[in-house]
Design a protein around this ligand. Sequence first.
Ligand code: F0G
Length: 352
Amino acid sequence: MMLTTGILTKYKDFLPITPHYPLFTLGEGDTPLVKCDRVATELGCGELFLKLEGCNPTGSFKDRGMVVAVAKAMEAGSKAIICASTGNTSASAAAYAAYCGLTALIIVPGGQIAPGKLAQAIIYGSRIISIDGNFDQALNIVLALAEKHPVTLVNSLNPYRIEGQKTAAFEIVEVLGDAPDYHFIPVGNAGNITAYWQGYQECRQAGKAKKKPRMMGFQAEGAAPIVRGRTIAAPETIASAIRIGNPAGWQKAVAARDESGGLIDMVTDDEILSAQRLAATSAGVFGEPASAASLAGLIKLTRQGMDFSGKTVVCVVTGTGLKDTDIALKNAPPFLELAADITTVEKALGWS
Ligand code: F0G
C-alpha cells in the first residue's frame, strides 16, 4: 500500500506551489472514470464515461480546489476561511479547515441545503450562519466580509480553487490518452466549467492531448441565468447545488463555451431526475440531482437529434447521491413490506 498522494503532490508542476507551500491531502483526486456501455448503447453515442467526482473525500469535486485554496491560505498565514455555499463548498471548506486547524465560516441559504451537506459542515466543526435568503445573497455578504476582515475567501472566485479543479481534466486525458470529443458538465456558480476548460487547454499546450473537447454546460431550467442572458432573482430547482441566479463565473463560462465551440443549455427538473435514475439503474452510479444535469444534457441533445455516434463523451458526476437521499426516497416506487416468513416472501416473489 502507498501513502495517499493527493493532487498537490501529483500535480505540483502545474499548481502555484512555492517552497513555503504546505503539501497535504485528504485523499482528493484520482477519481474513477467509469465506462458506461449500456447507457452509451441506449443513447447511440460512441463511448460514454462518467467521471465520479463524488468519490472525493467530502463527496464532491470541491475538494480538488479546496486543497489548493486552503494550502495557499496557510502559506499566507491566514487563520480563517469563509464561503457562501449551496452545500458542497461548505462541506469541503469545513473538512480542509479542520485538517489544517483553521476556522471555517460558512454562510448558507436557509432551508435550501441538502441534509447530508449540512451534517458535514456541522460535524467538521465549522461556524455556520444560515441566512433568510438565497445563495446569491449569501455570496454578496461573504464577498463584503472578506474585503473588510482578515478571512480568506474560498468560493471559486478564489483563483486557486480553479487551479485545483482543473486537475480533473488532467486525469481524464491521462486515462483516455487524449481529451474527449464532448465534455458535459452541470453549471451553477460556473467555476467548474472554467476549471475544466483551463485544464484541457493546458493539456493541449503541454502536448498531453491532441485535441480539446467541446464544453457542454447545463443549468437547471428554473436557475438558468446564462441561458436566458439575465440574472434570475428567485432561482428554483430540485437540484439545490445549482440553484443560483447570478453566477460569479458567468463571463468565464461563456468564454469556455465559445472558445471550445460548445454550448450552455438547460434541463428541466424532470429531465434531471430521470437522468439521475438512468445513471443509477443502468450504470450503478448514484449522483446527487445537480450532478445529473450533465447526463440529462446529453440525453436532451440526443433526443433533439444531435449525433454522438463514434464520439467520446465524458459526463461529470459532480457529487454523490448520498448527500441528498430525500429526493431519491421521495420519488421511489413503493416496495413490499411483509411478515418475516419465508413462505410469504417466496409467494410475493412468485416462486411458489
Ligand atoms: N454540481 C454540484 C454537486 C455542485 O455542488 C455544484 C456547485 C455544481 C455542480 C456547479 O458547479 O458552481 O462550479 O458551476 N456547488 C457550489 C456550492 C455552488 O456552494 O457547493 P459550479
